[in-house]
Write a protein that binds this ligand. Sequence first.
Ligand code: SF4
Length: 347
Amino acid sequence: MQEPVRLSAELFQVRGRAQELLHQKASAATQASFGRKVFLRGVVEVSNYCRENCAYCGMRRANEGLHRFRAKVDQIADLILHHRPNSITDINIQTGEDPVAVREVVLPLIKILRRETNLGVSVCLGSLNPKLYQELQEAGATTYIIKFELADAPMYERMESPGTLKERIEHIRLLAQTGWNVSSGFIAGLPGQTIPMLAANLELARQLPLAGCSVSPFIPGEATPLSAEKTGDIDLTLNCMALLRLMRPDWVIPAVSALNLAEPAKGYRRGLRTGANLVTINMTPSEIRQDYVLYKRERFIMTEERILSAIAAEGLSPANQSLAAFYAERETRSNLGHAQPAEVTAV
Ligand code: SF4
């Protein structure tokens, strides 16, 4: 049984020496579970069509000025099969919520990867229907990334996040029940988000059947209703990451590239220092990547060189095992039962 994490408003807002200690504790918890190894995956963003309208995202359907694309299967397959960075063990295939791209691009691509490589395959494709989830699984994907984004239902609705919060949670539970490793995530620093709302994000994450979870700082996206708002506070974001790690030392927690938008040049490495154990190299071809604008056109692109130098600078090294193999092995071991989350008490 892990030590209880007692959430208080102060812990979210801690700064200075006390913050350093919190982050060191989170980092130590990661190392106790995973050593100094971080999982290294590549991401390909294969469609920026999206039927949803999240207020915090530049790819929302109301952004009619955005040039929309669906990548060609052959181009992406060639890229992954013949030009992928040596260091990656897994591929994450990502789109806006675009079932057409799932059928025309993602499914054929997964089948090629399964036939030609031993890369682990994750997907981040939004809320789909059970039949498509099953087809993706049968094709060979094993991890589904589906963020709940925020745990406050009225705010979820105001932010026009996908469907309702209740429905999003049902998708997460269905995916986990049907054998997916599910990774979720939430946003820190949204306009109007209070500390109790952030604590509710941690509490919801704790209750869900997850294998991992991310914390992303709010970035005011181009051509969104929130474009004039302030960027989410990096310290608040990192404190949430630290608390998440202390709550679940066994989870895979990524360092997201937006950390470097919230604190240029430093945020990403600070994420690694706060207990993150998954990094992602962006492999999307540059000619389509510029239209994959979750936030802004000036993206901070995590290349292999940047990733490897960031993890080396933090005294970490790439894991030899793929994330997919790690989850599969853990599943076998923990038919002994998933690790119990540490207790979290309300703010
Ligand atoms: S966050 Fe995802 S679902 Fe929401 S608008 Fe952007 S791409 Fe679509």
